[in-house]
Design a protein around this ligand. Structure first.
Ligand code: F6P
Length: 475
């Protein structure tokens, strides 16, 4: 008798292929979804189905060795053809859905012809999942790249237990309705037994779209569709808080954090860590920092912004443009305010190893998480979990999903440059006792509401929802 397993299905696997001077390696993928679910996947004995990144440059031997590496991680690769990367991943997922769901409607191309490829790749994910499915398995589909997959699997496996979680915001029905394929997207999602969101507001907007676009009534958190019950739920994602806390507590890491602080002295450190994405509010954050410097000459030589920007979706035009803007703005501010002894912004365009990241979190005086729109934002939570010293101040955008949970952060409207500059000044001036009170309250919440709780709440609700589903014959 084989055990039921969890099949995680996401666009990207938690590892992405890299080749450096002919040497093949698999590196951890960036982004909240991969970092958040990596731990639960390792602990379970299930499979993770997804794309391992571009492998077109690998020879047969390297492909074989990659397959072996992935199998050892219980990762099932779905290799995308170059045209699928261009049209499903870059074109429809990140050229249409991503900006729309983040309310950046003017970034959507005037004409998009990528829908068919989005549909085709969703079908490939569904087919691979069905091929690896064993009766009793739980299927958990992730995020906006795969919104048709639940419906496609349901057609083939009418009685399977299928969950779906959206990691990005669900926009207002007024924004969502502009999508020409809105009905297909909504009915694709309705193949799931449970659809999860980070916040109540996203669930509410989804329910309004159900009503306005499909004419379906949602009763609080459930609806009937095609003779089945579909549950909706709010599950703000957590992180592996104990892991961050444990690494942050190690003596080596404390030494590294001290070294970072000493190298920066007499500067206090403001820190930003983001994927290089236009939703993360990097340009506005830089402008706010510039405003801070302009109106507080006494801070010159006394503060430094360390900005880590992790390369992301580098083939999508909007991301290329953003990088140029950020490069130029950093150069402009450093050129204008820097001196021989002081560089106001220390800018790293790369991903950095986890231990270095946690050392930076520990060394920072102020953490800047100021997206102009964000499904949740796990960086804010990683920072809190790493502050085992109960110190450090979090400045958090009210437009990040995490804002509804993290009330003790200093909250800002990232579109208000003046107010954001003001929050930076306020954070730097906060008394140690006030910092401790705020951070210890944040830590209590983060440490208990972690990713393991998130997984078990979602899967527990999914199991209950699936058992309430009517038998296939009732449809
Ligand atoms: O939820 C946000 C998200 O799109 C995840 O699906 C993904 O893991 C992350 O951002 C990084 O994006 P990408 O896989 O496109 O690099």
């Amino acid at each position: 008798m084989t055990e039921p397993r969890l099949l995680i299905v996401s666009n990207r696997l938690p590892v992405t292929v890299r080749t450096d001077r002919g040497e093949l390696s698999v590196a951890p993928s960036a982004g909240g979804l991969a970092t958040g679910l990596r731990g639960p996947h390792t602990k379970s004995d299930g499979l993770w189905i997804g794309w391992p990144g571009d492998v077109s440059h690998l020879d047969d031997a390297q492909r074989g060795s990659l397959d072996e590496k992935l199998e050892a991680m219980r990762a099932v690769p779905l290799y995308l053809e170059p045209e699928e990367v261009t049209r499903y991943y870059e074109g429809y997922s990140n050229g249409v859905l991503w900006p729309l769901f983040h309310y950046m409607v003017d970034r959507i191309p005037l004409v998009s012809t990528d829908w068919e490829v989005y549909q085709h790749v969703n079908q490939r994910f569904a087919d691979l999942t069905v091929a690896r499915y064993r009766p009793g398995d739980t299927i958990w589909v992730q995020d906006y790249q795969l919104m048709l997959v639940p419906g496609m699997i349901r057609e083939r496996l009418p009685s399977a237990t299928i969950g779906f979680f959206l990691h990005i915001p669900f926009p207002s029905s007024e924004a969502f309705r502009i999508l020409p394929r809105r009905e297909e997207i909504l009915t694709g999602l309705l193949g799931a037994d449970l659809i999860g969101f980070h916040t109540f507001s996203y669930l509410d907007q989804f329910a309004r779209s159900m009503m306005r676009i499909l004419g379906l009534d949602v009763e609080v958190d459930r609806l009937r569709y095609a003779g089945r019950n579909v549950r909706l739920g709010v599950f703000p994602m957590g992180i592996d808080a104990a892991h961050f806390s444990q690494v942050a507590t190690s003596p080596e890491l404390a030494t590294e954090a001290d070294a970072i602080r000493q190298r920066a002295a007499p500067c206090r450190i403001l820190l930003g860590v983001d994927r290089m994405d236009y939703t993360k509010g990097l340009t506005r954050r830089l402008l706010a920092y510039e405003r801070l410097l302009a109106r507080s000459p006494e801070l010159h030589g006394k503060v430094r912004l360390v900005q880590v920007a992790v390369p992301s979706r580098t083939e999508v035009d909007a991301y290329v443009t953003l990088k140029t803007q950020v490069d130029e703005l950093v150069g402009k501010i450093n050129g204008e305010y820097g001196t021989i002894d002081w560089t106001p912004i220390h800018y790293l365009y790369r991903s950095i190893p986890e231990s270095q990241l946690i050392a930076l979190y520990r060394a920072a005086d102020v953490m800047l998480v100021t997206p102009v729109r964000d499904g949740l934002n796990l960086v804010a939570k990683e920072f809190i979990a790493s502050r085992v010293d109960d110190d450090g101040v979090l400045i958090l955008s009210e437009l990040a999903g995490a804002a509804s949970e993290l009330g003790e952060a200093l909250r800002v409207n990232p579109y208000d440059i003046d107010a954001t500059a003001g929050a930076m000044a306020q954070a730097l001036a906060l008394a140690p006792e006030e910092r401790r009170i705020r951070m210890s309250a944040l830590r209590r919440r983060i440490m208990t509401h972690d990713v393991h709780r998130w997984v078990s709440l979602f899967l527990g609700t999914l199991e209950r929802s699936a058992t309430q589903r009517e038998p296939a014959g009732a449809r």
